[in-house]
Design a protein around this ligand. Structure first.
Ligand code: HEM
Length: 494
């Protein structure tokens, strides 16, 4: 009996010891980077990850306090994100190497990194995050539809945007929280011009099923706890089960809409092209859905975020706003709006919607720059916010909004823009083989929207709005609230 008690106690001690060892090992994995990670670049402490979701700090504050000095000095850091240690680069030479050697740093998105997560179920294997083999298949299907969109619906949607703003201001002045309206606008544009689906988001009282469902699904997916610790999605948690079901039903409903609205006029658009490729067996049904989702997300969220940042900049800097307005008043086809162009580039420089992306994995041991040795299977990412605000690259005034830095006429601006992209000092649209396909469409859409808004309204920041950008994820001023003052009768003819 005595002997049995002794063994029982001993067993408990062994169990406790084992649990402690496993726990200590797991904590060590989170707190300290792997031993084969490069020692010649600094580490961002893992707890910095918690500042955005759990404290009232925005990405700029977190960046200034914990990233900036290290990144400006070394150009690369070790950072804990999505349950693993990664290497994050900002120095243009490193970013350039990442983009150039895209078969070594092959794209390996969430479907490989965190395949069990609800988030990865949402975006799947798609044209943006796919590795080389699938990417080639997807690009063959969708490239032309994005590079050559149908631009005519843009005019109609922009007219509806103006009508909505005029209705809200009722000829006078009113405060508008802009994000919902801008999302409806960019979603209508991507649907009509690129995907070949009418989301009806700019029509009053119409069925906006996909839009409402998308908002609901995103609310369910993007909860900080599950984004930070995606392994939790493996557990049978009721709210995650609901989120997964919502994702499935959203993707199915959206794909059905693409199929229903297919017709001879839109068969060159992304949706019908993907549907056709699925029907002839080039891609699976899941790939059809994953890519349709990604066209929708990339195609409307990024322009919406930039448009929000643009309205913020214009409302904050009245002299810039007035200069844009004067340029618009003198617009003719030859004059081409160089100042507005430089305002857009400068806004994207300071507020790149994709601030940071870690979706590449070194498929062998590789040396970054002169001597940063990256072990095989390490995830490597780039941080646009850091590169585009690097004082070593952009000068001591890197944080200042100064559109003049891009040049003073169309040629100067175009050539500095091209140079900044090719040198990777401005990687907001990526570059090289995997460069953004929707850049031209997005810039055109942004110009049109800003032109119509600035010709008809004077903008100021709502004095009660708290000047902050998002705490994590895509970058833009958060819940931006703007005073719109209708000046259409005073300044323009329509
Ligand atoms: C201001 C707006 C936009 C910005 C800042 C932006 C930025 C980017 C960035 C940074 C990437 C690379 C992502 C990565 O590294 O994995 C990318 C890729 C891509 N973007 Fe955009 N984007 C914008 C608008 C659009 C629009 C309107 C579309 C239209 C559907 C689009 C379609 C794509 C596609 C298809 C790719 C993948 C290219 C490839 O890998 O071959 N983007 N974009």
């Amino acid at each position: 009996m005595l002997l049995l008690t002794f063994f029982a106690e001993f067993e408990i001690e062994v169990c406790v010891a084992l649990v402690v060892i496993v726990l200590a090992y797991q904590i060590r994995k989170v707190v300290i980077p792997p031993s084969d990670f490069p020692k010649n670049i600094p580490t961002i402490p893992f707890y910095v990850l918690l500042f955005g979701p759990f404290f009232d700090w925005d990405q700029q504050e977190i960046f200034d306090l914990h990233y900036r000095e290290k990144l400006e000095k070394h150009g690369a850091v070790k950072v804990y994100f999505a349950q693993r240690w990664n290497i994050l680069v900002t120095r243009p030479e490193f970013v350039s190497q990442l983009f150039r050697d895209d078969l070594i740093f092959e794209k390996t998105g969430n479907h490989v990194k965190i395949p069990h997560s609800v988030f990865s179920e949402f975006t799947g294997d798609n044209m943006i995050s796919a590795g080389y083999k699938n990417w080639k298949v997807y690009r063959k299907i969708i490239t032309d539809s994005i590079l050559f969109p149908n631009l005519s619906p843009l005019t109609d949607n922009t007219k509806k945007l103006l009508e909505k703003l005029q209705k809200l201001t009722n000829g006078g002045e009113t405060i508008i929280k802009v994000s919902d309206l801008l999302q409806r606008y960019t979603m209508a544009n991507i649907g009509d011009c690129v995907i070949g689906v009418n989301f009806r988001t700019m029509d009053d009282g119409e069925n906006v099923h996909v839009y409402e469902q998308l908002r609901r699904v995103k609310q369910m997916i993007f909860t900080p706890l599950f984004m930070m610790f995606p392994f939790l999605d493996r557990l049978p948690i009721a709210c995650r089960k609901r989120a997964r079901e919502a994702v499935h039903s959203f993707k199915k409903g959206y794909a059905d809409q693409i199929l229903e609205e297919r017709c001879s006029e839109n068969n060159n658009r992304v949706g019908p092209r993907l549907a056709e490729s699925f029907e002839v067996g080039e891609i699976t049904e899941k790939q059809f859905q994953d890519n349709s989702i990604m066209a929708l997300l990339a195609g409307h969220e990024n322009p919406q975020l930039v448009l929000t940042s643009l309205l913020y900049i214009l409302a904050k800097h009245h002299s810039v706003q007035n200069k844009v307005r004067i340029e618009l008043e003198h617009y003719n086809k030859e004059s081409k709006l160089p100042y507005l162009t430089s305002v857009i580039y400068e806004t994207i420089r300071l507020y790149p919607p994709i601030g940071q992306l870690i979706n590449r994995r070194a498929n062998r041991k590789v040396i970054l720059g002169e001597g940063i040795v990256i072990p095989p299977l390490t995830y490597v990412g780039y941080n646009n916010f850091g590169t585009q605000r690097d004082r070593g690259v952009w000068g001591a005034d890197a944080d200042e909004f100064r559109p003049e830095r891009w040049g003073t006429n169309e040629e100067e601006i175009a050539s500095f823009y091209a140079l900044s992209k090719s040198r990777c000092t401005f990687p907001a649209f990526h570059g090289r083989r995997r460069a953004c396909l929707g850049e031209k469409f997005a810039i055109y859409e942004l110009k049109l929207a800003v032109a119509v808004i600035i010709r008809n309204f004077h903008l100021s920041l709502d004095p009660n709005w708290k000047d902050k950008i998002t705490r994590a994820g895509p970058i833009c001023p958060v819940q931006l609230s703007i005073v719109f003052n209708n000046i259409s009768k005073r300044v323009i003819n329509g």
